[in-house]
Design a binder for this molecule. Structure first.
Ligand code: GRF
Length: 185
């Protein structure tokens, strides 16, 4: 069986990006490119340092979401990938993307709670006793595709920094597992 090919899409720090490359590339999956919509993303040098080609496609160069998504599809299709991995990719995708590319995402809450860009703060500030991380298939609704895996923890008495560190630690354990699960590895 040939090794599965993936691309990783990211917008910022690239902590998950770096972790996935270090844990899975190139023995378990081949990361053929890392794609970002943000020319200043801190993840760019992280990927390059680990030998991954990076592609910048700035969403601000496109008038409509659909046009940006079409351009993304045009870049991704010839890469012949089995899966696109959204690792902190801060764009809402339209059916132009989701009907053509199989993708998974990681989200720092127990979905369907706290969708969107402020999940960490909202989850921390909620009166719930638990919080967590979800991985899910991507569809055109924000943070709404079928859930792949979830991990939850007790957040009572945690300060915000400890809470954020816990989320990161869980993300870095969970995402590689979910990627392997979806790729049947
Ligand atoms: C993570 O918390 C992820 O769950 C969310 O965006 C954040 C990205 O962090 N979707 P990083 O860029 O991987 O460090």
């Amino acid at each position: 069986m040939s090794i599965k090919r993936v691309t990783i899409l990211f917008s910022g720090e690239g902590g998950n990006l770096e972790n996935i490359i270090k844990k899975l590339h190139p023995h378990t999956i081949e990361i053929v490119a890392a794609i970002t919509n943000n020319p200043l993303a801190n993840g760019i040098p992280k990927a390059q340092k680990l030998g991954i080609e990076t592609i910048v496609i700035d969403h601000r160069d496109f008038k409509k979401r659909e046009e940006f998504d079409q351009a993304l599809v045009k870049i991704i299709t010839p890469l012949n990938i089995d899966l696109a991995i959204l690792a902190g990719f801060m764009r809402i995708l339209t059916p132009v993307f989701t009907d053509n590319i199989k993708a998974i995402n990681i989200h720092p809450s127990l979905l369907p709670l706290f969708k969107g860009a402020h999940a960490i703060e909202e989850s921390f500030n909620s009166n719930m006793k638990v919080a967590g991380v979800s991985t899910h298939l991507v569809n055109s609704q924000l943070d709404s595709g079928d859930i792949i895996d979830q991990v939850c923890f007790n957040k009572e008495d945690m300060d915000f920094q400890t809470f954020k560190n816990k989320i990161t630690q869980i993300e870095h354990e969970l995402f590689p597992k979910s990627i392997k699960k979806v790729l049947l590895l």
